[in-house]
Design a protein around this ligand. Sequence first.
Ligand SMILES: [Fe+2]
Length: 232
Amino acid sequence: MDQGIIVDFHSHILPGADHGASSTEESLQILRAAKAAGITAIAATPHFYPHRHHVGQFLERRDTALERVRQKAIDEGLPKIVPGAEVLLCPGLDSMKGLERLCLRGTNVLLLEMPFVMAEHTDEMFDTIDRLITERNFVIYIAHPNRYPDETIDRVLEMSVRLQLNIEDLAHLRERGRIKRWVKEGRVHAVGSDVHHDPDIYKKLAKVTSLVEPLIDQINHPLRGVLRTDLG
Ligand SMILES: [Fe+2]
């Protein structure tokens, strides 16, 4: 295990890239709070909505935002930022051109959020996840699975998806029943802040550490791999 690398797998810290941080200073404030909590690397995952966004334009906006904050973060010794995206799952996503460019940089990891409307959790949606894994060879992470009903998550867990939990949800007692089960069954591979604006979210990290500690070897593993290579 990489004791020295603690990853936040999901965040909205890039200024102006989506409805998360809106200024460079706000990004830096979040990064400072993350550092204070012991985080050493953050996946920057702005929302990507396939029906609204074009991959090329999205990446241009994201990378411009990254450039606004990257050097300052390095100068201040803040957590390393690894760009990615939080992609809204929709039927047929597997045939979208350029989808692989939305993976966390240097990996084949794709972070997906599910449709907000349960009526959209159709067979076609589940078939799309299956094709992303079996035909496109993506490693699929489902963001905050606890937002969706059991029947949806039970179906995705029949496939080799991995779950990404938010710090906030881990800290939430009401949710701990099935979250504990997912952790115990080895389905949780990443923890993230999902921070948009509030740097105080990182204060809850210490509270949930005991829950994720038993599985720390697999938690956030792909990103730790990238960082190992990257950091030399
Ligand atoms: Fe998010």
